[in-house]
Design a protein around this ligand. Structure first.
Ligand SMILES: [Zn+2]
Length: 221
């Protein structure tokens, strides 16, 4: 049996897309050591905890919730099912959409594929992204999903995100129930199989609400 490793992570660089609010920051990469001067090369990184492909820990929205350094590795790494919504015309994935994909399958880790990563860097990436219904968020927690990964910026309707009255209700439902969120995945259309081994490795930043994460899927051929 051979393995096929697929990188699901956006590159980190200056000028990359970041969520436009005061809660997030632009990326800065500053060269410190230089070969010509210091005989070595080093850099300083300035990143937000939700920069690029990243994990949300429960404490992102839930006071006292788990922090990113405490997320269990046995949830971050393991078999995941890919729910393919790329052909679905409506923007809101509801319970029947999940039922159709999952059937009776129990998926501890679920990857939602919309192919929305193709809008990365475009003006509609945040404003018109697909999302899941409140009912679906509750249904997923009831079904025992522990990690929900997606190639969209958020499980929430853009009309219900930062600055809105409800302010990210799906984030709250999922994180309150200890579901780890992995947002801004890319390259999901490179996957050929509905079940993969998913590896999500956020930085171990003590007490943090999230972290950029290298995410890969492994297919066995
Ligand atoms: Zn986030």
């Amino acid at each position: 049996m051979t393995r096929r490793i697929v990188d699901l992570t956006f590159p980190i660089h200056e000028g990359m897309t970041t969520f436009p609010s005061s809660c997030h920051t632009a990326v800065k990469v500053t060269r410190l050591g230089q070969h010509e001067v210091d005989h070595r090369e080093t850099r300083k990184l300035e990143l937000g905890t939700h920069t690029g492909t990243h994990c949300d820990a429960p404490c992102h929205f839930i006071p006292g919730g788990d922090t990113v350094d405490r997320l269990p590795l046995d949830v971050l790494i393991g078999q995941a099912f890919v729910a393919d919504f790329s052909g679905v015309r409506h923007r809101e994935a509801d319970v029947p959409d999940f039922e159709k994909q999952l059937g009776t399958r129990h998926a501890e880790r679920l990857i939602m594929r919309f192919d929305w990563s193709e809008h990365w860097g475009k003006s509609d990436y945040y404003t018109h992204s697909p999302f899941i219904s409140h009912r679906a968020a509750r249904w997923l927690t009831d079904r025992g999903v522990r990690l929900l990964a997606m190639d969209i910026p958020s499980p929430d309707n853009p009309a219900e995100c930062f600055g809105s009255e409800l302010d990210s209700p799906n984030h709250k439902i999922l994180l309150e129930n200890g579901v780890i969120l992995v947002e801004y995945l890319c390259n999901l259309k490179a996957l050929n199989q509905p079940e993969v081994e998913l590896i999500v490795l956020p930085l171990k930043v003590l007490g943090a609400d999230g972290s950029p994460a290298r995410c890969v899927a492994i297919e066995s051929i």
